[in-house]
Design a protein around this ligand. Sequence first.
Ligand code: SF4
Length: 608
Amino acid sequence: MVRLDGWNGKLLEVDLTKTKIVSTSYSPELTRAFIGGRGFAIKTLWDEIKAGTDPFSPDNVLVIATGALSGHILPSSAKMIVATKGPLTGGYAEGSIGTYAAAQLKKAGYDHVVIKGRALKPCIIAIHDKAVEVVPCADLWGLGTKDAEKKLKDAYGRTVGTLLIGPAGENRIRFASVFSMGGRSGGRPGVGAVMGSKNLKAVVVNGSGEMPAAYPEDLRKIGSNASRKLLAHPKYKMWKGAGTISIIDRAQSMGILPTFNFREGSFDAAVGINEAAMKKIKVEERGCPICTVTCGQVVHDQEDEHTELDYENVAMLGSNLGLSDLAKVSVLNRMADDYGFDAISLGSVIGFAMECSEKKLIAERIEWGNFEHAKALVEDILHRRGIGDQMAEGTRNASERIGGDSKRWAMQVKGLEISAYDCHAFPLMALAFSTSPIGAHHKDGWILGWEATAGKSSDTAGKVERLMELQRLSTGIECFSVCRFPWSQFDVDMDQYLTLYYLITGTKMSVEELRTISDRIYSLIRAFWVREYGSSWTRSMDEPPARWFEDPTSSGPTKGATLSRDGYNELLDAYYRKRGWNSQGVPMKSTLENLGINYVADSLNLMN
Ligand code: SF4
């Protein structure tokens, strides 16, 4: 019998159509093969979702999963995974969200929640230890995330863990996310819209038990040591005092700051939205629970309200739209958070609309740098009015409806809008976006710093090796479900995470074993995409938009740059070979067998 220390071994299955709630045990072998978090999510979605299921159908499945380290008193560990089949992309959709719900769920005696069906009327799922109920919530439907969270806290207590959606999720905007604690969000490819399609406004969790751990005393000591080290780290002050906003100046100097819908990589008025500009309107720092860094920067916006900023949101709602006044950009950011949009996609969609307007492919006047136009479009998207209805579908779908050349400047991969890094001059980062498990998201392979420096002298094999190593370790982080900051910025290496993993689970794991688990997860996620897309799946799904190949930047450090198609294809071929995928990016049968997931090959009818 395999032991299951560090986990409760139980998950909650909630069928909203039948209002049926069951607590079931799951096999310890599942954690051996997939750990938890991302691994649990993809294995569950692979098993539970029939190919071709409409993301908004009651048959779609929503997974809320803790990881092995989630919720323990360790630096930056209060994260959990929300995942589903994404309405924006039609593939695997996932996000990591900082929330009290991570610890509360484990304390309530569960590791994961799997939600199916659709409630007849708006509801929440309320979990308090063994008492779990589906509660009607007509009074919450229509509320923004801020007001809804306040009401939930009034009803269920200040320390309740929440996962909720805003009106964007209710209105099935395809890039609606899941929110917690105001500015915390996750699930960019429409995980919030799937919650809305299930008439599920929120999941709230209170737990009164102990966090499960094999060696709690040792864990506590090592956890406090790790926090002390983090506080003494030379980068601590910078990340706490400016958070990721400090990246604006760096992105500008590298020529990677998305500007005018990624037409350019630098913005003449970047000083209006950078760290110094942020500090002029800063109010306080805020962050996820159990975090000593608290990297979120809360500012006072143009309309006398407060909002929490980070780099991605400011770049996508600022320079990408030609907006240079941070107090105004902050208003758009607050609207995104309160309505429940993913702010990265929202910025990309508005930039796309501005470009379509400039090129007269749509009749509406939505001008670069025009704050009022941008604000009005946000409202139109939320209420699906006029052109807003098309934009609510995301840039890929909108470009298919608008036609003309608009596909060229729909800045997305696999339907997910590209995060805030321009890649006209950075093919390896373009590959990282294109092979990310959820579409063009940056977190699994943020390789720009290396690509701009040491990577310049590396050959193709070395570049691909480096990217894959990042993706592998990132997958470890998502399976442990912790914030990547201590790993990526504060020198906490994977061996230290594996020590924590041992103290919690009683299981020793080497970095090599973690790499194998990660490869298993990546290939299973890839198989999920291939199964969904069927015969329309080709390697073009792993390509960045035409703009980066064909439209050179006109100014800044990357002036005149474009990606080379041959160079990109060479990288992609090398990447496929290293992963054991064929020339179309489909995992080979032998690869799946080596990873212990033979059943995937049968399901995809793979011959080799
Ligand atoms: Fe959250 Fe930032 Fe802390 Fe990470 S560093 S846990 S994102 S507040």
